[in-house]
Design a protein around this ligand. Structure first.
Ligand code: HEM
Length: 90
């Protein structure tokens, strides 16, 4: 079976709460670069690694994905989120 792209994984697993890089649960904690710098621990030092960490473990109302996605899928969706945040989710 062919691997899903980061964009496909985002649509399937993340977009319900993070449509267009927003956050429908905690409005200020978006996936936009400024919010990632402000709220996501380790983002400035580690970029994608900090996203992988949060997706793997979850935080507060965000579920952990370690039993829902493979590590390869988590890396792939984190790369997509990182790229989109750099592009401003255009
Ligand atoms: C926060 C990514 C799925 C709810 C975040 C953050 C990232 C992220 C990078 C940090 C943003 C920030 O602090 O500004 C993802 C990815 C997902 C996913 C890549 C899919 C694999 C979901 C889902 C939900 C959700 C399905 C809702 C059920 C939240 C909430 C926060 C958050 C509530 C804020 C957590 C807090 O600090 O209290 N997400 N997310 N996320 N996400 Fe997700």
């Amino acid at each position: 079976q062919e691997a899903l792209s980061g964009s496909q994984i985002f649509s399937n697993s993340c977009a319900a709460c993070h449509i267009n890089g927003n956050n429908v649960v905690v409005a200020n904690k978006t996936l936009k670069k400024e919010a990632l710098i402000k709220y996501l621990k380790g983002y400035e030092e580690d970029g994608q690694g900090a996203i992988i960490n949060q997706v793997t473990k979850g935080k507060n109302a965000m579920p952990a994905f370690k039993n829902r996605l493979t590590h390869e899928e988590i890396k792939s969706v984190a790369a997509y989120v990182y790229k989109q945040s750099e592009k401003g989710w255009q």
